[in-house]
Design a protein around this ligand. Structure first.
Ligand code: DQA
Length: 147
């Protein structure tokens, strides 16, 4: 059975109350439940973590590098400037899907840059919960094809 690490970056713990006109009204727990349902249907195990801290996210990536086969990540604002997070993802050399609830290409100009995107298989943005579900599906399809 494949295992996938799901990482939520800073401020995503506040989903539901955080700028709902941009990020929607679902809580992080509801997003995680939807991911777990889809994973169960695909026969995949998820390890789900959230942190507001860059170093903690990097530690989680390193710590899971031998126990998961792929990473689904919403890096939050770290997307736009964290070379350290990017290097961690490149270092572990696992397939990664970068996801965003909002459309980062249609907001402030600083959000249009992702320093993470080119170490990822795909970037999926602007579809709320569906960004996560599509990212998960993409990773499952990739792992099954490679098996
Ligand atoms: C986000 C977009 C980022 O620009 C922002 O900093 C977030 C959330 C999204 O899911 O739309 O924290 O990654």
């Amino acid at each position: 059975m494949f295992a996938i690490l799901v990482l939520h970056g800073p401020n995503l713990n506040l989903l539901g109350e955080r700028e709902p006109s941009i990020y929607g009204t679902l809580t992080l727990q509801q997003i995680n439940e939807a991911l777990r349902d889809q994973a169960a249907r695909s026969g995949v195990k998820l390890e789900i973590e959230q942190s507001n801290h860059e170093g903690v996210l990097i530690d989680l990536i390193q710590d899971h590098r031998k126990t998961v086969q792929a990473i689904l990540i919403n890096p939050g604002a770290f997307t736009h400037y964290s070379y350290a997070l990017r290097d961690a993802l490149a270092a572990v050399a696992l397939p990664v899907a970068e996801v965003h609830l909002s459309d980062i290409h249609k907001r402030e100009s600083f959000r249009r840059t992702s320093v993470i995107a080119d170490v990822c298989l795909a970037q999926i943005s602007g579809q709320g919960l569906n960004s996560y579900l599509q990212g998960l599906q993409l990773l499952v399809d990739y792992l099954e094809k490679k098996r």
